[in-house]
Design a binder for this molecule. Structure first.
Ligand SMILES: *Cc1c(COP(=O)(O)O)cnc(C)c1O
Length: 289
């Protein structure tokens, strides 16, 4: 099968309009484009899979935590295109435990796991460690954690289509920064891209500033609820109410935090409501609790 299946599906994201306090918000439903390669991960993998196939690589090797949507998406995409996949998973202790739903999904699509210690995982970008992996997996094409590399950014720049030109403010969830960078690259200078970080800390701003020369963007970690994959009763409450009111499913790691933050900013009058608002629903629903 050819990777063109990616191209075709990219056109399939419907935009749904919701209202909050009289503000109309358009939501681009990337969660609906594919049942397994969820949302933004689809765009991040597209050119990477294509590259691996063109270079005759038989295996995709990548990195992630136990709850990584990227791990599940990579396993599926590799399987779909006749490649093997290897997941280097953070946490040696997971080796002796039953697989959680994310890892089980990846396993079902044939992913082979290597569990490593958190200490070792910190070296996932070191040349020495990568060289060692290349020796042990000579057939592998290596994709970094979260799938973020230049080809992923190129793929994510296709999330915005010509119909999205009229939006003034574009909101997205941020994990490793690949998706927001693609959106920034595809935006025009009058548009502002606002990222809601799922992680605590300022390092993402520095990471994204290294990936783009443009300045029409900002990232806030105010709504990360304490950090990656952390939740608060208020966030879970918000998620439940949002889903009941708008019939749009969210998950607690990324999309719920983004909409929770956006709604808070609208309540506080921090969003210029004359602007046309677009929210990217980046999917991830396989990791929903
Ligand atoms: C991975 C993921 C993100 C973060 O994307 P990055 O490119 O790593 O910033 C956002 N939303 C969902 C649902 C994800 O699975």
């Amino acid at each position: 099968m050819s990777p063109s299946v990616f191209t075709d599906l990219a056109q399939n994201a419907p935009t749904q309009v919701i209202d909050y306090l009289g503000v109309s918000i358009s939501i681009k439903r990337l969660d609906l484009i594919h049942p397994h390669i969820s949302g933004n991960k689809f765009f991040k993998l597209k050119y990477n899979i294509e590259y691996a196939m063109q270079h005759g690589d038989q295996q995709i090797l990548t990195f992630g935590g136990a709850y990584s949507n990227h791990i599940a998406a990579t396993a599926f995409a590799a399987h779909e295109f006749g490649l093997n996949s290897v997941g280097i998973i953070r946490g040696l202790e997971l080796q002796s435990k039953p697989l959680n739903p994310t890892l089980q999904t990846a396993h079902n699509f044939g992913m082979q796991f290597e569990f490593i210690s958190r200490e070792q995982y910190r070296h996932k970008e070191d040349i020495e460690y990568l060289n060692e992996l290349k020796q042990r997996y000579p057939q592998a094409y290596i994709v970094p954690e979260g799938g973020t590399n230049a080809l992923a950014i190129q793929g994510c720049s296709e999330i915005l289509t010509p119909q999205d030109q009229d939006f003034d403010l574009i909101c997205c969830a941020v994990g490793t920064g690949g998706t927001i960078t693609g959106l920034i690259e595809a935006s025009h200078s009058q548009q502002h891209i606002l990222g809601f970080s799922a992680l605590k800390g300022d390092f993402l701003k520095r990471d994204v500033a290294r990936l783009t020369l443009k300045h029409n963007w900002s990232i806030t970690d105010e709504f990360c609820c304490g950090g990656y994959a952390k939740t608060t009763p208020e966030l879970l409450d918000f998620m439940q109410n949002f889903e009941a009111k708008y019939f749009i499913p969210l998950e607690q790691v990324y999309t719920a935090k983004m909409l929770y933050g956006l709604f808070k900013m609208i309540e506080r009058g921090e969003i210029n409501t004359q602007q046309k608002l677009l929210v990217i629903h980046s999917g991830g629903l396989q990791g929903r609790i």
